[in-house]
Design a protein around this ligand. Sequence first.
Ligand code: DQA
Length: 147
Amino acid sequence: MIKHRIDVMHGVNLDQLGRRDPEVYGTFTLPELEVRIKGYAAELGFDVTFWQTNHEGEFCEELHRARDRADGLVLNPGAWTHYSYAIRDALEVCGLPAVEVHISEVDSRDDWRRITVIGDLCVGRVQGKGAEGYRDALEILHAELAR
Ligand code: DQA
């Protein structure tokens, strides 16, 4: 059986999990979150690779590279989600099935967080479910890749 490779890409400020507004984002750190995601991925038979950067251009370059090495993407670009047309364009170039994830419930926070510039390029969007949301995202990709 082919083992699909999924790139999980965390954007700006996600490296601050654990010390960043725990009421909104929980108390887990990024390495702790990645352990959990790895567990969810194993249940679905996925190989996962993680990326995090605070630099928008690097995030774009990873999207360019992902095209040749991954089968699907789980993306939490952080605040870039709401305004980065550069990331949107890079995702379009990449062309892989992608799911947008947010740890917090962005739609019930500030008005500007309700905007997503990548949402219509994604096969799914998960928000407000904390770490569990990444399981949902991987399940969406699993269904998409089985089609
Ligand atoms: C976030 C929500 C964004 O609005 C915010 O800028 C983040 C994290 C989330 O996971 O809930 O950095 O993407």
